[in-house]
Design a protein around this ligand. Sequence first.
Ligand code: NAP
Ligand code: MG
Length: 496
Amino acid sequence: MTQASIDWHESAERFHPRQQAVIGGELVDAVDGATFSATSPRDGTVLAEVAACRTADVDRAVASARRAFDAGHWSRSAPAERRRSMLRFARLVEEHADELALTVSLEMGKPISDARDIEIPALVKTLTWYAEAADKLLDELPRTGADALAMITREPVGVVAAIVPWNFPLTMAGWKLGPALAVGNSVVLKPAEQSPLSALRLGELALEAGLPEGVLNVVPGLGHEAGQALGRHDDVDVVAFTGSGEVGRELLRYAADSNLKRVYLELGGKTPNIVFGDAPDLAEAAATAAWGITFNQGEMCTAASRLLVQRDVHDDFVSQVLDAITSRRLGDPLDTATQIGPVVDETQLRRVLDYVAIGLDEGADLRLGGGRTLPDTGGSYVEPTVFTGVRPDMRIAREEIFGPVLSVLPFDDLPDAIRIANDTVYGLAASVWTRDLTTAHTAARALRAGTVWVNCFEEGDLSVPFGGMKQSGTGRDKSLHAIDKYVDLKTTWIAL
Ligand code: NAP
Ligand code: MG
């Protein structure tokens, strides 16, 4: 069926999500029978009562992951075997793309077209890419003298806890699962409490694809319960986390208080989108700026939330951005024409509106939006919001809002732009628009960001690493570099 011919509203009526955890190859309730409600930000309705995993459930999941790892059916299988299983897994995800897209859209409010055309394909591509990599990795033989043979081999670490957020629930899960599974680890996946349903279905599809039991476990639950239990577990070898800096700090503390597990953090951002007057196409830059703060409701770690505009084109450019944002369609995420859905829940909505109040209080000029909208739906919809006259010291210029709120700051020249751009604790991504080669290269070098885009935004593919400098994180997702997180290096020295 083509996407256009699917009646998503009708599909939503028939939606029966999975509610049980996936542990040791079985679908199970929480040990103590506890549940929590998965609600939809689309209309505030409850979608399911989901198993609320706590310490006892996490213990079971980690034990089953460890058993699977020690048994070796996955960890010591031929890489080509893992490749075949992961390709089957990717294919099953693709075959269930509509169902998974609907699940994501209902649970966290992503417009269905983006869920179907971006989120699910990203997961399929990620699983496929790492499946294909599995049997093409090489180890190393350094050139020792004639009296010895040394080998540097990469061994899977063992049990990986993947703790992920709700904004791209399946893409983020895939970025951890792909490399971790490809090299033979067992994984315990903890989805965000706002997006457990897509992860549970994913765990079930992994079983259907033939991944041995215990190789992929999914433990839905609350962060301070299931998440903390994973972070403190003495038999978890690596935590791969995407989320807020606050929780990232907790995970480092848990590791210090327990077994010193390795903790990799993919955290927030405050992406500067820097537009010079000599940009090759200012209209395209404006349309991209509008997209960059409203795509996924601005709930994106790389959201282009700081727009730095060179003073001589500032007013014209801002009016183009305002027009472009206004023309983006906000509404029911199940309408295929919708481009902006609700934010993930009422807590997030309040957080966004609090920042609007802070911006007004700080003296920024509110040029668009700033309020709640579509109240009759029962959903959590926020108007896209634009502030101009923002100063670098304002909180709305420094803190991650994680919603559709744009802060516009003028700048004079290249050094001024770099100074403002680098003046946050974050360093995830940055974007520069100019036709001048020297400006582009100088900016790319000077920007403290894990990714710099020139005359584009949010581009890339699986071959390039993704992650942040400064307080945007440690380690990288995507690319062959991500594999480093999930292996230990072993030296074997043989006297000859
Ligand atoms: P979050 O609140 O930090 O939660 C992330 C995950 O951690 C969730 O599964 C959460 O579970 C869990 N968690 C919460 N408290 C925990 C604890 N004490 N111990 C262990 N785990 C705990 O982040 P979020 O609100 O879901 O996502 C938004 C954040 O993610 C933003 O800061 C965004 O920038 C960041 N992000 C970064 C990237 C990147 O690649 N750099 C990509 C996407 C998002 P609960 O949901 O149950 O609380
Ligand atoms: Mg949370």
